[in-house]
Each structure stands twice: as C-alpha cells, then as structure tokens.
Design a protein around this ligand. Structure first.
Ligand code: SUG
Length: 451
C-alpha cells in the first residue's frame, strides 16, 4: 500500500503564453488583459516549481504544451489564405479571437482531466476523463489534444481506462480536477472523491451566481462518477457557494485544497458546508480514514483575501517524514493578513509542517496558481512503471528543458506579436524538438500552408 504515490503532472508553459483577458469571472485574467507577457520567464518559473518538488523527493511529471496558434480552429471558422494572412486578418478583425487561439492555457493541468485512482474504481483501473472546458472558448478545444496525450502517456489498457470528454454543451460543463479532491488515509487505500460544482444545469430554479459564470455542473460530476465506476458510498457531491463565484472563485481550487485526510478550506467555500463536512467525515470513516478539516473563518481572512493571495490554490503534499508541506505562491507572503495566517499555522495543530513559497507571477497574472499548474495522479508501483518514462521529471530533463526554453522562447509577447508568422514557426520548431526530448514521437500534426 505504501508503494502507491501521488504524481504531480505539471503543465509545461507554451511559447505563446500571453495575457488576453479571456476569462470573465477570473479577476486576475481580467485585470491583466493586454499586458505584455514573458513566456520564457513563465516556463522557467514552472520548471523551478517542478524541480523544487522533485528535489524534495516527490515524484514529478509534466504534460507538454498544445500547438498554438491553433490555425485549424481559425480555418474551421472560415478564415482563408496562408497562415500569415489568416493571422493578420484575425489580428485586425478580432483580437480576442487571436488571443484565444494563441492561449497557452493548457498549462493549467488541474483543468486537463478528472482522474480516479485504481483504489477507488470498481474495475480497479485508473480512469481519466479530459475536461471539456466548455465555459471558455479558448479552453474548449484543449480536450482533444489532452485526451490524445493522456492516452499516449498512460497507454497500458491493463491499468488505464480513458474516456472521451463529456458532450461540449454548457449543461455538462466540466472543469476537471480543479473541482475534484480525493481524500484518503493513504494513497493506496480506498478514498472518498469530493466533486464540486457551481450549479445544477437541469434545474434552473436552484441557487447559482448572479454575476459570474458557474462553469461546472452537477450533471457533469454525476457523469464522471458513472464513467469512472465510483459507487455512491465513495463520492460526495458539494455545491460551491454561489456568492464566492461572484467574488472571483471561478474554480473550487481557489478556495479549498485537500490531501490525504486533510481538507484546508475557507468556511464560505461550500453551500451547506456542515452537511458536506458531515458527509466527508462519515464516508471517510467507512473506509477506515480519519478526517482533519481546517477551516479558515471569514473573520480571519475574507474571500477577497483568498482570491488576491491564492492561499488555497496551494499544493498540499505529504512529507515522507510525516506531516505536510504547503506550497504557496509568493503573493501570499506579500499579503499581510495571509502572511500572518501562514505564520500562525504551527499553533493551529494542523498537519502542515512546512510552507514553501514559489514565484509563479507569470501564471498568477492569468489566475493560475501552484494548484492550477498540476494534475494529480495516484499510481501504484506497477502503474507508475507503465507510465511513458519520457515525461517523468529528472535532473537531466530539467537541464535539457532549460536549454530548450532558452533556444525557443521569447521574453516579450504583446497582442501584435501573436500574429507574427515567425512566432508560429518558432512554436512549431519548439514543439517538434520537445517531442524528441520527451520521446513522444510525431505527436503534433501541424497543419501547414494555405487552404
Ligand atoms: O481557466 N486563465 C485560466 C486559469 C485557470 C486556473 N486553473 C485552476 N484554478 N485550476 C482560466 O480562467 C486566462 C487566459 C487569458 O486571459 O489570457 C485563463 O485562461
């Protein structure tokens, strides 16, 4: 049982990382829209986070970027001409569309898929469902590539079961693991999967936010539960407080994070919070697990504090020496109330023994903190041995990727640059070389030339 590990698959930031203000309801994305980005720094910051965890003995993996600009989508939307002509027309006609097809948003792999470990599923396989991300156009075409990548990396059908994304309609809006937390005694022991949704799609009279979109539906959670063959006894479905979505909590991982027996959350995260905690307590007890909820009250920190600092968008990791490590973004240390809260953690009797602060500013300006950048996959030793080894982090891979970033990434990107045909060529060259480094073969099939 102790051989089962949690592997974090971080998204490697792509060469077109930019700020296009695409995510209404995501405060950071909206407020930084149209700023100049630095893709090279973004990719380096992400790599350094992977390295920090790898150096501490955690098993770390990565998922490569998707092909951007996505010319295929522009052609599907009727644009004609050479690639360079199409990009120039879209820059003139619709900067938002250009930003959308260039977004490096696949880097936030917490939205790549929902994953259920083999200890939870009735058929004893690890199940994957890529998230359809229907709520935002720029994210709605990630799932095809994500699905292919996951099938390539987790290829052995004896261990891994892949599903296609749910129907791409708002009724089945699915944002993946950002709204899914697994609690358990030990990674290899049976767990309880907490699915969180923003609204019920088929019951319009039920609570929902008034201003910002609730991206994820109960109906999507239920479909993933069925696909992953999870019995009711092992699942808790919880609704986000609609009010907090209206304050910028566009995913539950902006206000709660769990690991093993611990759930660290803001007291206003869930509608009917007492019921959610009672259910988690009861169901965890039924699989022989304790439950340590650590709630932060609204008098200690407001929802606004949580959204500004991304305190809860942290990674909670089990230390081999016992206790947990909390990896938080540097915004937490700059926020006086949040910094004071972090200092007080040792007096709160929580299992958190260490706080690690990382600079992820490039991603944070788009509303993506440490937790957004990783997809957690619990794997037994046998399952881990079946994972494509090229995507598992190592010191030599770190060195290679740093040099690769230096060769291919720009250190400034503005909206106008996104239409530069040279950027398209640079991105394709970068991905070509990356597939060789990661041993992924001819994974990308670039659509070249005029049509
Ligand atoms: O979907 N931002 C992403 C951030 C995703 C964060 N993920 C988690 N919370 N797990 C989003 O809103 C902004 C892109 C832009 O504006 O250019 C963006 O897509």
């Amino acid at each position: 049982m102790t051989q089962t590990v949690e592997v974090n698959f971080d998204g490697l930031v792509g060469p077109t990382h930019n700020y296009s203000g695409l995510s209404f309801g995501n405060v950071a994305s909206e407020s930084h829209g149209r700023e100049t980005s630095n893709p090279r720094e973004a990719a380096r910051q992400g790599l350094l986070k992977m390295k920090a965890l790898h150096d501490r003995g955690f098993v770390q993996g990565l998922l490569p970027p998707h092909e951007r600009p996505n010319l295929a989508i522009l052609r599907q939307l009727g644009y004609r001409g050479s690639d360079a002509e199409v990009l120039a027309i879209v820059l003139r006609d619709s900067p938002v569309l250009l930003g959308s097809v260039c977004s490096a948003s696949a880097m936030w792999t917490a939205n790549a898929a929902t994953v259920s470990p083999s200890a939870d599923t009735l058929d004893g396989k690890v199940h994957f469902t890529p998230a359809n991300l229907t709520a935002k156009f720029h994210r709605s075409f990630e799932h095809q590539t994500t699905g292919r990548l996951l099938q390539r990396i987790f290829a052995d059908p004896r261990h891994f079961q892949h599903h296609t994304a749910l129907p791409s309609t708002q009724q089945f809006g699915d944002e993946g693991a950002a709204n899914h937390t697994r609690l358990c005694r030990d990674y290899g022991a049976p767990g309880i999967e907490l699915f969180v949704y923003g609204r019920k799609a088929f019951d319009e009279r039920t609570p929902r936010p008034a201003q910002y979109p609730a991206r994820h539906t109960l109906e999507a959670c239920q479909a993933v539960q069925r696909l992953h063959r999870l019995p009711d006894s092992r699942v808790v479905m919880a609704q986000q407080q609609p009010d907090v979505i209206d304050q910028g909590v566009f995913h539950n991982d902006v206000i709660a994070v769990g690991n093993r027996e611990m759930l660290f959350y803001h007291e206003q995260a869930f509608l009917d919070s007492q019921w959610v905690m009672d259910e988690l307590h009861r169901k965890l007890a039924s699989v022989g697990s304790a439950f340590y909820p650590l709630a932060v009250s609204a008098t200690e920190l407001s929802v606004e504090d949580a959204v500004q600092s991304y305190l809860f968008n942290s990674q909670l990791l089990a230390l081999s020496s016992g206790g947990m490590l909390l990896l938080v973004p540097s915004e937490c240390e700059k926020h006086p109330r949040v910094a004071a809260y972090l200092k007080s953690l040792p007096q709160r009797g929580s299992p958190i023994r260490e706080v690690l602060i990382m600079d992820l500013k490039q991603s944070m300006k788009n509303g993506g903190g440490p937790a957004c950048l990783r997809l957690r996959v619990c794997l037994t030793a046998e399952e881990l041995a079946a994972v494509h080894p090229g995507v598992l982090f190592s010191e030599p891979l770190f060195q290679q990727l740093n040099q690769w970033i230096d060769r291919h990434y720009r250190d400034r990107l503005s909206l106008k640059d996104l239409a530069d045909p040279a950027l398209l060529q640079e991105s394709r060259a970068a991905l070509d070389e990356l597939t060789a480094i990661l041993g992924l073969g001819a994974f990308y099939s670039f659509q070249q030339g005029a049509q």
